[in-house]
Design a protein around this ligand. Structure first.
Ligand code: NDP
Length: 462
């Protein structure tokens, strides 16, 4: 037994840190973990979980409206934001407690407090020095806001979950995951939502058709989308509302009750003592690690959002597990991230796995693209003008399916299943040979027959 207090000391009780701590302990390592806020991290406390609960809540507005087409007479309904937030808080407390219970049950020592590294084997937590053979930094990320006059009046995804009341008029700034998700949530709950994005189309980096389709659906639902706009200034007016001016003088000045900035996140590396220790970081403050999660200092490791790579919860969990196995298991392992599906819980939601059309073209030169746009059966009676988009990207040469993308009801649920097939190397013929599940929207993925062949530099034939 070595002379350190612990074999692994984890800083950060979010998804990656907790997974690493529990697996290390199960492999026999003496393990401790410190968290300065509440156990559960961004995902559980102020990210994926409360967001998804709010997405469910927002969707009821459409469900009530659609019910009429199915014979229901829905009496006037009312929405209570405080009631929803209280229910959400109860669930988050339950989950956070569960995280702590699971750590205790896994024999991990848990600390509440901020940890700082003082040497490659020592951390200080609230004045207490603790030594460890290995130290894992799993401190996640924090919202980034650009510096503009009046930015102090804006809120981020950290604050939105705890607002005492639903703002009546909201400007959401950004065009990424959080911006489109909250634009949908707030719009569904009845707020007047404007989305202000500096680019041409929301969700940069996603498949081009997915971006266009989602943006059109958001506009149909009543969200006002202002493109190619940067906020110049936010001013608080005597009546408590906020006046927002855009840099483009032709853009309208708008008056809202809240401005939500969703302009990306930065790694949480401040105050950890990393600079003094000489831990290498990238220009955004992300901790640089090798394929096994090791930093340039042998005993210091990092996983999850703090490494500024793929900032998704399941990825952090994978990385945490791989690190624990590398340090205390039989052989070093890396997190297998060959096909990482992801979802945007917009309204309607997006599900995606594998390569976009643009990426596939640049990597494979020639691809077959299958696209299907249709009205979901539900809307034959609901009367709602919402359309679903499905897209498959296939390598022309090998016929391997390289990517599957969808905007529409249940897209995340459907894409998770397809991710297995795509990871296994399924070909278009495998998709075609799979019997359809009828009637479903998902069956469209196995019945697509009309292809467009695309080659880098130009279209060939349909
Ligand atoms: P994203 O990186 O997804 O989007 C940031 C957006 O802000 C982009 O549209 C970007 O524009 C814009 N932006 C960046 N800087 C500025 C600026 N200075 N002024 C104006 N606009 C700016 O970040 P999010 O904050 O939405 O989310 C952070 C990450 O969290 C995501 O990338 C994702 O990994 C994760 N996440 C995952 C979710 C999920 O799985 N469903 C849900 C929420 C978050 P441009 O496109 O021009 O760069």
């Amino acid at each position: 037994m070595n002379s350190y207090d612990y074999q692994l000391f984890v800083i950060g009780g979010g998804s990656g840190g907790v997974r690493a701590a529990r697996i290390a302990s199960s492999l026999g390592a003496r393990t401790a973990i410190a968290e300065s806020h509440r156990y559960g991290g961004t995902c559980v406390i102020r990210g994926c979980v409360p967001k998804k609960l709010l997405v469910y809540a927002a969707h009821f507005a459409e469900d009530f409206a659609d019910a009429n087409g199915f014979g229901w007479s829905v009496p006037p309904v009312e929405f209570s934001w405080p009631k929803l937030i209280a229910a959400k808080d109860g669930e988050i407390s339950r989950l956070s407690g569960l995280y702590e219970d699971n750590l205790v049950g896994s024999n991990v020592s848990i600390l509440h407090g901020s940890a700082r590294l003082v040497d490659p084997h020592t951390v200080v937590v609230d004045g207490q020095r603790i030594t460890a053979e290995h130290i894992l930094i799993a401190t996640g990320g924090t919202p980034f806001m650009p510096t503009i006059p009046g930015i102090g009046h804006a809120i981020t995804s950290n604050e939105i979950f705890d607002l005492p009341e639903l703002p009546r008029r909201v400007l959401v700034v950004g065009g990424g995951y959080i911006a489109v998700e909250f634009a949908g949530i707030l719009n569904g709950m009845g707020a007047k939502v404007t989305l202000g994005y500096r680019g041409d189309q929301v969700l940069r980096g996603f498949d081009v058709d997915i971006r266009a389709h989602l943006q059109a659906e958001m506009i149909k639902k009543g969200i006002s989308v202002l493109l190619r706009q940067n906020v110049a200034k936010i001013e608080k007016l005597p009546d408590g509302s906020l006046r927002v001016d855009f840099a483009d003088s032709a853009a309208p000045t708008i008056k809202v009750d809240a401005v939500l900035y969703a302009t990306g996140r930065l790694p949480n590396t401040q105050g950890l003592g990393l600079e003094a220790l000489g831990v290498a970081m990238d220009s955004s403050g992300g901790v640089k690690v090798d394929a096994f999660g090791k930093t340039n200092i042998d005993s210091v490791h990092a996983v999850g959002d703090v490494t500024n790579r793929i900032t998704l919860t399941p990825v952090a969990i994978r990385e945490g597990a791989a690190l624990a196995q590398t340090l205390f298991g039989l052989a070093p392992v890396t997190a297998d991230l060959t096909t990482v599906p992801s979802a945007v819980f917009s309204q309607p939601p997006v599900g995606t796995v594998g390569l976009t059309e643009e990426r596939a073209l640049s990597q494979y030169g020639e691809i077959d693209v299958y696209t299907s746009r249709f009205k979901n059966m539900r809307h034959s009676l609901s009367g709602r003008d919402e359309r679903t988009l499905m897209k498959l990207i296939v390598d022309s040469a090998s016929q391997r399916v390289l990517g599957a993308h969808m905007v529409g009801t249940d897209a995340p649920e459907i894409i998770q299943g397809l991710a297995i097939a795509i990871r296994m190397g399924a070909t278009k013929a495998d998709f075609d040979a799979t019997v359809a599940l009828h009637p479903s929207a998902a069956e469209e993925f196995v019945t697509m027959r009309d292809k467009v062949v695309k080659r880098q530099g130009g279209l060939i034939c349909t």
